[in-house]
Design a protein around this ligand. Structure first.
Ligand SMILES: Cc1cc2nc3c(=O)[nH]c(=O)nc-3n(C[C@H](O)[C@H](O)[C@H](O)COP(=O)(O)OP(=O)(O)OC[C@H]3O[C@@H](n4cnc5c(N)ncnc54)[C@H](O)[C@@H]3O)c2cc1C
Length: 311
């Protein structure tokens, strides 16, 4: 079994950024990645300084090249389990039955967006069925926008989306806004359409509107949703990492979890992380991991020196 200083599980922005810092710190690093980054459905990645508009896959391809150029090993595959061996090293198993050993583990497996189960929604996801105004808002500015509502979070989302267009419709969908929410929406000239949305209407591979139960189609160029963010933390839970009541793993500012030797970065721990944030968190975790390895190396060196030269 090959043993590395650090096994990074997940090769998106967080994982690759960590790998770059760690390989440049002359650590032996493996990145194991299933190849399904969260923003894969989007044609462009926005808001990453100096990379605005780049295709998401291109950023990751460049990142992989950089990591490989410093000697990092990139493995395509899904990690099925991680556990600690008798020597406190981690054993990481990949779906094809390969295993690698590692002194430290960094989990950067991202999150899943749970979006409403309305016909057409999944097909348009990341194209004209959107969630993040900071990722897509500028590209649909001044257009006819909708927000698929039903929750207080969706009302807040509509009030934010309003920043990008004066023509925003709030579809109450699964639940009408409360009177104070209604007042806020109307004060900001967000029209409220009552009743469930039953489908997205698409023509020539372009969204043209949202269909209602009564047969009406409300013309819209893009519709926003507020997904439920579900972190991909199975491996962290398997390792025994403590979680908050809502299921998100508890970590300090560097991504260190409650299990010694295990770190987390990016969307796996932080639903608000954009690509640039995820990359930054990966970098911060990498520096903390390297410092932790240095501490271990020093402890071991002192121990060995004392054994060789007894007082
Ligand atoms: C449609 C859409 C558009 C977006 N547009 C933008 C944008 O324009 N700008 C912006 O800043 N942000 C955007 N985002 C947010 C962006 O996707 C995230 O900020 C970013 O992907 C987080 O990076 P990450 O490394 O934490 O996770 P990810 O990029 O999701 O990477 C996680 C990686 O881990 C892998 N993985 C998961 N489980 C395992 C496992 N068990 N074993 C091995 N590998 C595993 C996955 O396959 C994936 O490759 C968008 C999101 C969506 C949904």
């Amino acid at each position: 079994m090959n043993t590395f200083d650090v096994a990074i599980i997940g090769g998106g922005a967080a994982g690759l950024s960590a790998a770059l810092v760690l390989t440049r710190a002359r650590r032996r690093v493996v990145v194991i990645d299933a190849g399904e980054p969260r923003n894969a459905p989007a044609a462009h990645m926005q808001g990453f300084l100096s990379r605005d508009g780049m295709a998401p896959a291109e950023l990751l391809a460049l990142g992989r090249q950089e990591v490989a150029s410093y000697g990092g090993l990139l493995v395509r595959g899904s990690v099925t389990s991680v556990h600690q061996g008798d020597d406190a090293r981690f054993i990481v198993s990949v779906e094809n039955n390969d295993t690698v050993g590692a002194r430290r583990v960094l989990v950067t497996t991202g999150l899943r967006d749970e979006i409403p189960d309305v016909p057409g929604v999944r097909e348009r996801w990341g194209r004209d069925l959107l969630h993040c105004p900071y990722c897509h808002g500028h590209e649909v500015k001044d257009q006819q926008l909708g927000v698929l509502g039903g929750t207080s979070e969706a009302v807040q989302h509509a009030l934010i989306i309003r920043q990008w267009s004066e023509d925003v419709v709030y579809f109450s969908h699964t639940g009408a806004p409360t009177p104070p929410e209604r007042e806020q929406l109307l004060a900001r000239a967000v029209r409220i359409i009552e009743g469930p949305v039953t489908r997205l209407v698409v023509e020539n591979d372009r969204l043209i509107g949202a269909g209602l139960e009564d047969g009406r189609v409300i013309a819209r160029d893009a519709v926003f949703v507020r997904p439920r963010f579900v972190p991909n933390t199975d491996l962290l839970v398997q390792l025994g990492c403590a979680t908050h009541d809502n299921g998100w793993v508890i970590a300090d500012g560097t991504g260190r979890t409650s299990v010694i030797g295990v770190w987390v970065a990016g969307n796996a721990a932080n639903p608000r992380a954009q690509v640039i944030t995820a990359a930054g968190e990966g970098s911060a975790a990498a520096i903390a991991i390297n410092n932790d390895l240095v501490d271990e190396d020093v402890r071991l060196a002192v121990h060995n020196a004392r054994v060789r030269l007894p007082a």
